[in-house]
Write a protein that binds this ligand. Structure first.
Ligand SMILES: NC(=O)c1ccc[n+]([C@@H]2O[C@H](COP(=O)([O-])OP(=O)(O)OC[C@H]3O[C@@H](n4cnc5c(N)ncnc54)[C@H](OP(=O)(O)O)[C@@H]3O)[C@@H](O)[C@H]2O)c1
Length: 291
């Protein structure tokens, strides 16, 4: 099987590239070409003829697309039109598509507990979530025509930074940097969901390809739910940081995009991933911040 990874220089893409490195695998990112040039994309896909396409490219600037119409259009193109174009290719040539979506497709029902399952109805609360849901719908439409696909919803990614110099630092990376400069650090005690370690998500993606469960939607996150504040508290204790961690209510930190109050994902269809605390410990050891 020949594998193509899109967005390979991003945070998740980097871990996918690593885990698939022993296979027949090609990796593309922005330095290769702009994926939104669909003509060029189709030409390159036909030349490469991959049997599996893993799409880790996305528009992730949750607040920026809320403030600027052009950015919102870019988000729609990347998060919805691109997976649609990839799904068209996969349908035509009998390839399998793996695509990532987000816990931010949920939250509009105002739920405060009881993790969302794969069959719950998405109800996004912001533009980013709506564009990602739109991408899910593009795939669902081609699924009716026989598309072979796995749609993986995940949340709150952290792990080694991708090769792309623009790769966003994760929440934990930001907290680590803040703790080395500030005595007081604030974090929102809300927006509970599941932290996910990108090497674990990459391994869980590989296991989908080896186990071949039925096509469809899968929720893949590390086990356990946490608010941002709970994440920071565990982190600072684990690295022995001497900071005064303060809890903020979401309303005390207004941002352009609304956030789900609660968006934990329940994985009912695949083996559970280890607890996020264990995964974070491993990441901190890799950074030399924990023994
Ligand atoms: N990060 C999270 O916490 C989170 C949470 C839930 C779900 N997800 C989903 O998980 C997946 C992976 O996210 P991630 O955080 O690993 O993403 P990321 O780090 O932003 O990586 C995406 C990569 O795709 C590239 N890319 C974007 N647009 C492109 C284009 N038009 N042409 C060529 N390359 C392009 C990006 O390059 P540029 O930076 O140069 O654009 C970047 O290298 C996404 O589907 C995301 O929605 C992420």
């Amino acid at each position: 099987m020949s594998i193509l990874i899109l967005g390979a220089a991003g945070n998740l893409g980097g871990q996918l590239k690593k885990i698939f490195s022993k296979q027949d695998c090609q990796a593309w990112d922005r330095l290769d070409f702009d994926f939104l040039n669909f003509e060029e994309l189709a030409k390159r896909l036909r030349a490469l003829s991959p049997s599996i396409i893993i799409n880790a490219a996305a528009y992730n600037a949750v607040d920026r697309c809320e403030e600027n119409e052009e950015e919102a259009m870019l988000a729609q193109r990347l998060n919805a039109e691109l997976p649609g174009a990839l799904a068209d290719y996969c349908l035509e040539f009998g390839s399998r598509l793996i695509h990532y979506s987000t816990d931010y497709v949920f939250g509009g029902d105002g739920r405060l507990s009881g993790a969302y399952s794969e069959t719950d109805k998405p109800m996004p609360v912001n533009i980013y979530g709506r564009t990602k849901f739109s991408g899910e719908q593009e795939i669902a439409r081609r699924a009716l025509a026989g598309l072979d696909y796995y749609l993986i919803r995940t949340s709150k990614l952290f792990g080694p930074k991708g090769e792309n110099p623009q790769a966003k630092p994760s929440f934990f990376d930001i907290m680590i940097a803040l703790s080395s400069k500030n005595e007081t650090v604030k974090a929102i005690d809300g927006e509970k969901s599941c932290f996910t370690y990108t090497p674990d998500l990459a391994a869980a993606t590989l296991s989908l390809l080896t186990d071949r469960p039925a096509r469809g939607i899968y929720h893949l996150c590390n086990s356990g739910e946490a608010t941002w504040h709970e994440g920071a508290k565990y982190l600072f204790e684990a690295i022995g940081a001497d900071v005064n961690l303060q809890a903020l209510a979401p309303a005390d930190w207004p941002r352009p995009a609304a956030r789900p109050q609660y968006s934990a994902l329940a994985n009912h269809r695949r083996p559970r991933l280890r607890p996020w605390t264990e995964a974070l410990d491993e990441y901190l050891v890799s950074l030399g911040l924990k023994k």
